[in-house]
Design a protein around this ligand. Structure first.
Ligand SMILES: Nc1nc2c(ncn2[C@@H]2O[C@H](COP(=O)(O)OP(=O)(O)OP(=O)(O)O)[C@@H](O)[C@H]2O)c(=O)[nH]1
Ligand SMILES: [Mg+2]
Ligand SMILES: [Zn+2]
Length: 311
């Protein structure tokens, strides 16, 4: 007999997927592979995909993902489909953040209609730095949380935010460099989880890539379920190599710059090298209405994308 079920891919390792099925309020997970055409690179199943599973009980390998529903969006890093919220996680210290990478992740989220949320961890190690980073993202109008899994700071506020927003089938993920404390934070927020965590390397103060695969977990509130993924740490987001978006699409991914656009002396101002006299964006940064690091990140991405279009 052949039956079909629909569900969400919540895990995938070496071509073996787990699909979360919900039937009559009961949740189960089906282990399955993908049918041939869905194994090819351009059509590959992603974690977060909503899929149809075909079950043919006359053969031993009869449980396969046979169809992927249209995606709302998909990311390369972390490799996930259909995200509504992206929690961009970095540590106040150990490892110290690369702000440009954070800003790139925000831009990619905004471009894909994903709500970016900033989560600063390890505030117990450097509380001044944590507050300073929070200032940058608050000024940019991005929801920002300062947390410490160690000391408990910000945990109830973040938990409340997640429970309020990641409901009714909404999908979200923690993303950021290895060792910033993503898995630790998930365990702290949701004590039923027991994700593996590990100390960062003392010598180079970098994470050890403890989490090896993307996995989506159920987040239950009183009557609804949302989804939150833990993901492996990564550090590089290479705009030269990958086509996240084009130069024309860059400006809207820095929403706090938009109010100043059109107010520069020259209509074709690119806001990259012009001085405060000419450029309203540069002026806003000089006067503290836009964070200097955000404008620097904008300019850096601009240059990379500009180079790509000229060759
Ligand atoms: N002091 C302090 N240490 C923390 C905090 N949160 C996590 N850590 C430590 O940071 C180290 C790395 O934590 P993980 O949760 O494994 O980091 P991760 O981001 O999941 O790393 P990957 O899985 O490699 O991407 C562990 O030793 C944690 O105990 C915190 O709030 N304060
Ligand atoms: Mg981890
Ligand atoms: Zn300008």
């Amino acid at each position: 007999m052949i039956t079909e079920k629909i569900g969400k891919v919540v895990k995938g390792l070496g071509g073996l997927y787990e699909v979360r099925i919900e039937e009559d309020g009961k949740v189960s997970r089906l282990a399955c592979r993908a049918k041939g055409v869905l194994k090819r690179d351009e059509a590959k199943v992603l974690i977060g995909d909503n899929v149809r599973v075909t079950i043919d009980d006359s053969t031993p390998d009869g449980v396969v993902i046979s169809h992927i529903e249209d995606r709302k969006n998909s990311l390369i890093r972390p490799p996930l489909a259909n995200l509504d919220y992206l929690f961009i996680v970095f540590a106040a210290a150990k490892p110290s953040p690369v702000i440009e990478t954070v800003d790139k992740l925000i831009a990619i989220a905004v471009h894909n209609s994903i709500v970016p949320v900033i989560v600063i961890t390890k505030s117990d190690l450097q509380s001044d730095a944590a507050d300073e980073y929070a200032g940058i993202y608050n000024l940019a109008g991005i929801p920002t949380f300062v947390t410490s899994s160690e000391a408990g700071e910000g945990i109830s506020e973040l938990s409340e935010y997640i429970r309020r927003n990641i409901t009714l089938g909404k999908t979200s993920a923690f993303a950021g460099a290895s060792g910033v404390g993503k898995s630790t934070l998930m365990n702290t927020l949701f004590p039923t989880l027991t994700l593996a965590t590990a100390e960062i390397s003392r010598k180079i103060e970098r994470g050890r890539h403890t989490t090896r695969h993307v996995e989506i977990f159920d987040i239950d509130t009183e009557s609804e379920t949302g989804f939150l993924a833990d993901t492996p740490g990564f550090s590089l987001i290479d705009f030269a190599r990958f086509d996240f978006f084009s130069l024309d699409e860059l400006l809207p991914t820095f929403p706090e710059l938009i109010p100043y656009v059109g107010k520069c002396r020259y209509a074709d101002c690119a806001h990259v090298g012009e001085g405060e006299d000419e450029c309203a964006v540069a002026r806003a940064a000089a006067e503290g209405r836009i964070a200097k690091t955000r404008l620097e990140s904008y300019r850096s991405i601009y240059r990379v994308l500009k180079n790509k279009t000229t060759y």
